[in-house]
Design a binder for this molecule. Structure first.
Ligand code: HAM
Length: 419
């Protein structure tokens, strides 16, 4: 696990701040759930790959618990219990750290952060579309310029497999292989189920088709024609894509007929976000209509997304985004000598009240050394306090970039800087 030094921590908080703003703009209310949950809850539908990577341990009370590898299970638990009777739709936002024992490599960490959004209560394609619009908005508002969505629908493959009587466990194994892009293994696993030749052919053909226009949908429909639930899934995907199009989504959409995700709770559309500079996903999500029921909360449809904050930060860096903060200017307050220290604290408080970020010279350095320190650290203004100025209620205000200074009344500093 990493230590995040100031630059990295600042980027993480920058993205988090925008994620929170997006939550407000779309009406998602924040919930905070514990970092540790019962293992059984977290493991229920997380998928084999993720399950193996969980940090699991027994607490002092003998309970088998784990560090959360994602938010979705915890939020679904809330819906099944404490928010059971809350009016729907219910839009919930979470952000924080998650833990997976992944092999550390570029963009893959054992502790990472997500911005997570879940929409409960609606089975309609408009709910799926909202989640995708929201994701695109979040990425755009952070300053990401180029990204694309990959989208599919797990109902297509599950529709075929269920029709063929393939067990859920076998289905999950096949989906895991597809998630890892192990196509040959997926076919082999399907062969082992003694599925029909028609089923095998359908999977092989679906795995080969992807593209950016709606002709992919027509191809998918043709392939799954004999499987009614798979046809329904294709139509549902089509409905979501139509809404994205008529709603004016500007982002590239790659429709991938054989796309699956490792998490096992998905029942409908699934999607991931990519940037050209990286081959790992920045975010992922989808529809999961049965998870709340599994946790004892009745049939409540749901769709959601999690954007990986660390990976988004890497992508922004690669695309040269500024990650600009609207922070007020910084001032370094410098007493000419230590007898002015009390005044320096008073003046700093006043300037902070005025809305500036204020640091106080606290190393006992001379004025000239303090000024070069301010220069080196990119501090915009210095306020120097000498006995003569203070007696007159004045300070010396120095604009560091312009290398100009003036003696003015303390009350006028705010106006002078803001003008
Ligand atoms: P996920 O695809 O497992 O989905 O994770 C979402 C995002 O979290 C990934 O796209 C990636 O950016 C980030 N992420 C995952 N693992 C790591 C890691 N080891 N290091 C850095 N970043 C990582 C979920 O977690 C689902 N709960 C999403 C969801 C919400 N589906 C419905 N609602």
């Amino acid at each position: 696990m990493r230590d995040l030094l100031p630059k990295e921590a600042k980027r993480l908080r920058f993205i988090e701040r925008i994620a929170r703003k997006i939550a407000d703009l779309y009406g998602y209310e924040e919930v905070i759930t514990p970092v540790i949950e019962y293992y059984d809850l977290l493991a229920a539908k997380i998928g084999e790959e993720n399950r193996k990577r969980m940090y699991v341990f027994e607490d002092l009370g003998g309970r088998k618990v784990a560090l959360r590898p994602e938010f979705t299970a915890s939020i679904a638990r809330l819906i099944a219990t404490k928010l059971r009777t809350a009016p729907k739709p219910l839009r919930l936002f979470s952000t924080g750290s998650l833990y997976r024992y992944d092999e550390p490599q570029f963009g893959r960490y054992r502790e990472f952060w997500q911005a997570n959004y879940e929409l409960f209560g609606s089975p309609m394609p408009e709910a799926d579309a909202e989640i995708i619009f929201l994701t695109a908005d979040l990425l755009r508002k952070t300053g990401l310029r180029s990204y694309c969505f990959k989208i599919g629908h797990v109902g297509v493959l599950r529709g075929i497999f269920n029709h063929e009587g393939i067990s859920e466990e076998q289905q999950n194994n096949i989906m895991q292989s597809l998630d890892k892009k192990e196509k040959a293994k997926a076919i082999k696993l399907l062969e082992e189920t003694r599925a029909s030749q028609k089923c095998l052919n359908s999977l092989k053909r679906l795995m080969e088709i992807s593209g950016k226009d709606l002709s992919v949908i027509e191809d998918m429909k043709r392939i799954v024609n004999d499987y009614p639930n798979a046809v329904k899934a294709v139509m549902n995907l089509n409905g979501v894509l139509n809404l994205l199009d008529s709603g004016g989504l500007k982002t590239d959409m790659l429709i991938d007929a054989g796309f699956a995700r490792g998490l096992e709770y998905y029942t409908g559309i699934v999607f991931e976000v990519y940037v050209p500079e990286m081959d790992i996903a920045l975010g992922g999500g989808g529809r999961y209509d049965n998870l709340v029921k599994l946790f004892g909360g009745g049939k409540i449809p749901a769709v959601g997304v999690a954007v990986g904050v660390d990976r988004l930060s890497l992508a922004l860096e690669k695309q040269g985004a500024s990650m600009h903060y609207d922070k007020p200017p910084k001032i370094l307050v410098i007493p000419v000598d230590r007898s002015m220290m009390g005044e320096a604290f008073k003046v700093s408080s006043k300037l902070r009240e005025d809305g500036f970020c204020v640091e106080i010279e606290s190393m006992g350095r001379s004025v000239s050394r303090s000024l070069s320190d301010a220069d080196r650290r990119g501090i915009e203004f210095a306020v120097v306090l000498g006995p003569k100025e203070v007696k007159e209620g004045k300070v010396i205000l120095r604009n560091m970039a312009k290398r100009k200074q003036m003696t003015i009344e303390l009350d006028k500093v705010r106006k002078m800087i803001n003008d």
